[in-house]
Design a protein around this ligand. Structure first.
Ligand SMILES: C[S@@+](CC[C@H](N)C(=O)[O-])C[C@H]1O[C@@H](n2cnc3c(N)ncnc32)[C@H](O)[C@@H]1O
Length: 335
């Protein structure tokens, strides 16, 4: 098989470049001698790589893994502790690694890289933090990259994982909201991020306008780029700032409140933006036992504000932790 012969000191840099250009044969084992590394490659790289290409025997790993856990090369005692799931955003995989597996994070990253042909970078997820809901991440395999293009239901979104929030796990939920949205509506996306709800709606429903608010300047900058990328700049109306202050400037038929940890704090501002008849997609993080009381609390607040609430659909979006559910409530409010 063709291999690129690279001095060991340049190995990391060249490996990243080969991955970037989709030239590395990920299934082939990289070999070495005293001075050189031999990277299995799919074809001869362009001249600017400037390293010798040699023919070499390469051990190929098993053809295709459907589950990265089959590919991880770690002592078998640790295998049962491997996480079963992780996110893929564009060509970046993001995984939470339990403490007892921290010493094997690079092997885990490598296995994920080999399992997915379209993944070029694997990041360890240290959790979502702060007002902007940004993930704290660290590269554990592949290219050190944090921006990518994510495709979802036919749209393309540029995402910067270190400066903006994005979760691919909400794709089904977003599509559900798209299907409920009606032509000619004015939509208010109070916590728009890089625009996944808004752009998906703009692309699929002949709405009048979508007002998008976010307090994170990077999110708004990417939202604008994403509106251009998907040809919906005429529909998307981006606003940088606090939704509590900005939302009441608009009047909407449909309001999306995707800030599940603190939606309740913003409910009053949302109601100020509601037309006489309006549908609110309200998200909440609720403990299993608290579900009833939380719904009642929301309904009461709406009544106090002079609207009549009607819950038209309730859905568990996903389990957030052992006892906490990420819940979606579709609420029709009428004055
Ligand atoms: C959970 S993310 C949701 C983003 C987007 N809707 C999505 O589905 O990817 C919440 C977003 O709300 C923004 N945010 C937080 N507090 C805000 C506020 N007071 N006003 C407006 N946006 C806010 C954050 O910057 C973040 O982008």
């Amino acid at each position: 098989m063709l291999c690129l012969k690279v001095p060991k000191t340049k190995g990391e840099k060249v490996r990243n470049k080969l991955l970037e250009e989709d030239l590395l044969e990920k299934r082939g084992r990289i070999t070495s001698d005293e001075e050189f590394l031999y990277f299995p490659i799919k074809k001869v790289p362009s001249e600017d790589m400037d390293f010798e290409v040699v023919e070499k025997e390469v051990e190929m790993r098993e053809n295709k893994f459907s589950d990265y856990r089959e590919a991880v090369e770690i002592p078998s005692g640790f295998k049962e502790k491997l996480p079963s799931s992780y996110d893929i955003i564009g060509d970046i995989a993001i995984i939470k690694i339990p403490d007892e597996l921290k010493d094997h994070k690079n092997e885990i990253g490598d296995a994920i890289l080999r399992t997915h042909n379209n993944v070029n970078s694997v990041l360890e997820d240290h959790g979502v933090i702060g007002e902007f809901r940004i993930r704290d991440v660290e590269t554990i395999a592949g290219i050190d990259k944090k921006t990518t293009i994510h495709k979802e239901y036919g749209i393309e979104l540029e995402v910067d994982i270190t400066s903006t929030y994005f979760s691919p796990r909400l794709a089904t939920e977003r599509w559900r909201v798209v299907k409920k949205t009606q032509p000619k509506e004015k939509v208010l996306d109070m916590f728009a991020g890089v625009g996944p709800y808004s752009i998906l709606i703009a692309k699929n429903v002949d709405v009048d306008r979508i007002y998008c608010i976010d307090i994170n300047p990077q999110a708004i900058a990417l939202l604008k780029k994403n509106a251009e990328r998907n040809n919906v700049v005429d529909i998307i109306d981006p606003h940088l700032g606090d939704a509590k202050r900005l939302a009441p400037m608009f009047k909407a038929d449909r309001i999306i409140m995707n800030l599940p940890h603190s939606s309740f704090e913003f409910l009053e501002s949302a109601l100020k933006a509601a037309k006489r008849e309006c549908t609110i997609h309200y998200y909440d993080m609720v403990d299993e036992e608290e579900q009833e009381t939380r719904v009642e609390r929301v309904k009461q607040k709406i009544i106090d504000y002079g609207f009549e609430p009607k819950i038209i659909e309730q859905r568990d979006v996903r389990s957030y932790s052992a006892y906490t559910i990420h819940k979606a409530l579709d609420i029709e409010v009428r004055r």
